[in-house]
Ligand binder design. Structure first.
Ligand code: GAL
Length: 677
């Protein structure tokens, strides 16, 4: 396998985008390559939607045109992130085999005419797809342009789950493997309830549209199964690539914190993580959503540099209203990805389409040609990345970890709960943001991770918690760790059955408390939260909780804050428990950002976790990437105002060569500095 930090001229931040030459006459291709060079492109993704062109009829191959594309790119010294071409089956396949078409939970078929119209469990789809991969991999294994394989495209983007009969049969096979006997399944799914007992696996169906709540454990298993079915498609292609090109790295572009696809599970089968991320320029907090996703990408493969495989140069076409990125935003957000560990910055797409559903999606080379803001901004950024190749391969180190788990996410957001207003993605980001704002590096990990190296562990909400993961958390605190856990954690086991013994049974001892009743708050209702312990964090007057509250009884923990009115007046809202040589904190409501920031600042100071730079101006992000020879400090101003950042020692800005060593940096709004000692 090629190392993730190439040396010499190969050490660089790759820059480029999706390239669809099949949409253009060949006369355009030479200009493409020439303008790519002008824009600083080093890597292009090619072939993603080429299936219908390279296999126009079953088993008839037409790769000649694609050979010329690959050769043109190679001659220009460009590298290719080569797709396996299986993302969207050609019309002939679903005509021959309509059974590959996916079905919704109410039995409606999804027809061809868009893309990704295949049932992930379909053996027919997989057979035709792997046959194609065999062709592609054999043909281009030795091609000088081949850099990395790009398998499929955004698994689970359009088809998250399929409910057809093929999927049903595959689900029964999956269940038989997981549970062995139908009795074990009955127990796991609590089928004694509502006369749901199964007499054989043959009776089991996907959770199709039902008169009322479908069995939650069945729903949870179907989410697991659906993720696995998608992954089996990926793994089938991966097996072909491993056999034919064992030395070439493999990735698939994930959508990161994306509910249908468990990024931690997928990471185990990739050589490099890659992400597609599309900010909404209307939303002033998109850099925070990006920050969470970027941290997740970096952490999922142990801190190894990752690829931002797709972003929009400017506007997308698929939200109801699509704003362009204002001047400087694309540069800022691209640098944010690098600051958080990316070694490749890529776009969808190179040349803007004239026809099809994405003709109004921005491109590096827009309809207006090179004399456009988009092309100028892209090309300037390409030059900038080329000027700091030493960033590639450097890494960040975090002393804080935030734990999240797809199984818990799936289970949390099922129906028939105390509240259906709990949104895992929002809860996670509400816990990540105070760390981000403070300039604290944070890894995002599954609960099964080794935690010993972290000084602080944050658990936003882990509704589903395995007993052994709970023991791991207890051991971590016992050995001196600082842990902060938020409400409705440790409630059910992996079968979505309540842990017996009072909520949250597996964490009760560790947290030193018991939750007697959940008391979710109605929309718009806020409850005052008042600090009580002198050693606790200072809560500003006017601090409130919303969304959730609960009747906590202390069993060794002390109340740090209590509810100031309402049914739970005087009962603990935030607690602290000394456990072994560490401390476990518990938050029983949703605090606003200022209070969460105050609380997490307090806990992290107790843990001895320092920010990258002290006293960061509001809106400024600071991260460090380093190796044995280099240490880069990235400063990015996401705020609306100019900011001045004081440096601990003289450093020079690699993006303003010749400016000499300075001890402070002025950043205009959307300003970026890459400082080196
Ligand atoms: C991604 C997809 C690309 C393109 C892009 C447009 O989801 O992978 O093919 O459609 O969105 O934003």
């Amino acid at each position: 396998m090629r190392a993730d930090r190439p040396e010499g001229p190969d050490r660089r931040i790759h820059f480029g985008g999706d390239y669809y030459p099949e949409q253009w006459p060949e006369e355009v291709w030479a200009e493409d390559v020439q303008l790519m060079k002008e824009a600083g492109v080093t890597l292009v993704t090619a072939g993603v939607f080429a299936w219908a062109r390279v296999e126009p009829r079953p088993g008839e191959w037409d790769f000649g045109w694609f050979d010329r594309v690959m050769d043109n790119l190679a001659q220009a010294g460009l590298r290719v992130c080569l797709a396996t071409m299986t993302a969207s089956p050609p019309p002939w396949l679903s005509r021959m085999h309509p059974e590959i078409l996916p079905e919704t939970e109410d039995g409606r078929r999804k027809w061809p005419g868009g893309r990704q119209h295949y049932c992930p469990s379909s053996p027919v789809y997989r057979q035709y797809a792997t046959r194609l991969v065999e062709q592609v991999a054999t043909r281009y294994a030795q091609h000088p342009a081949l850099e990395v394989w790009h398998v499929g495209n955004e698994y689970g983007c359009h088809i998250r789950q399929c409910f057809c009969d093929v999927s049903a049969a595959d689900f029964r096979r999956w269940l038989a493997e997981r549970y062995g006997t139908v009795d074990v399944l009955n127990e796991a799914w609590s089928t004694a309830f509502w006369s749901q007992r199964y007499d054989s696996f043959e009776e089991v169906l996907p959770p199709r549209l039902a008169p009322t709540f479908a069995n939650p454990s069945q729903q949870l298993d179907y989410l697991r199964f659906s993720d696995d079915a998608l992954r089996q498609c990926y793994l089938a292609e991966l097996a072909v690539l491993r056999r034919l090109t064992p030395d070439t790295r493999v990735t698939t572009n994930l959508m990161a914190h994306h509910k249908p696809v468990d990024a931690f599970e997928w990471a185990r089968h990739q050589d490099v993580m890659s992400l597609d991320f599309y900010q909404d320029p209307y939303d002033p907090d998109e850099h925070l959503r990006a920050a969470f996703n970027f941290d997740l990408m970096r952490s999922a493969l142990g801190g190894q540099p990752w690829m931002l495989l797709e972003q929009a140069p400017s506007a997308v076409n698929w939200r109801p209203r699509n704003s362009p990125k204002p001047p400087g935003a694309m540069r800022l957000w691209s640098w944010q990805a690098v600051a958080q560990g990316a070694d490749a910055i890529m776009y969808f797409q190179w040349r803007q389409s004239l026809g099809g559903a994405e003709k109004f999606h921005s491109a590096m080379l827009p309809h207006g040609g090179t004399d456009t803001r988009a092309f100028r901004e892209v090309s300037e950024l390409g030059r900038e990345f080329a000027s700091v190749p030493e960033i590639a391969g450097t890494r960040s180190r975090a002393e804080t970890a935030l734990l999240t788990d797809w199984n818990s996410w799936w289970a949390l957001e099922l129906d028939s709960h105390p509240s259906t207003a709990l949104d895992q993605a929002l809860i996670n980001r509400a816990h990540h943001r105070p760390l981000f704002d403070a300039g604290v590096a944070c890894d995002i990990l599954p609960p099964s991770s080794e935690l010993a190296g972290y000084k602080l562990v944050v658990v936003p909400n882990l509704y589903l918690l395995r007993a052994d993961d709970a023991r791991r958390l207890a051991r971590y605190v016992e050995d001196g760790g600082q842990l902060l856990v938020s409400f409705f954690s440790g409630i059910v086991d992996e079968r979505d059955r309540v842990h017996p013994g009072g909520y949250p049974a597996p964490l009760r001892q560790l947290l030193g408390l018991r939750v007697e009743e959940f008391w979710p708050l109605d929309e718009g209702v806020r409850v005052p939260v008042e600090g009580v312990a002198s050693a606790g964090p200072e809560l500003e007057p006017g601090t409130e909780g919303d969304l959730w509250s609960e009747a906590v009884e202390l069993e060794g923990a002390e109340a740090v804050a209590v509810f100031g009115s309402g049914e739970l007046v005087g009962r603990p809202a935030v607690t602290r428990h000394q456990y072994g040589s560490g401390t476990a904190w518990y938050v029983g409501t949703r605090l606003g950002h200022t209070a969460m920031r105050g609380l997490l600042d307090h806990v992290r100071q107790a843990a001895g976790v320092d920010p990258v730079l002290p006293g960061l101006p509001s809106g400024v992000q600071a991260t460090v990437r380093e190796d044995d020879e280099h240490s880069f400090l990235f400063l990015l101003n996401h705020g609306d105002d100019s900011a001045v950042v004081a440096l601990p020692e003289p450093m020079s800005d690699r993006l303003s060569p010749g400016s000499g060593a300075v001890t402070s940096v002025s950043l205009p709004p959307r300003g970026v500095a890459v400082m080196e000692r």
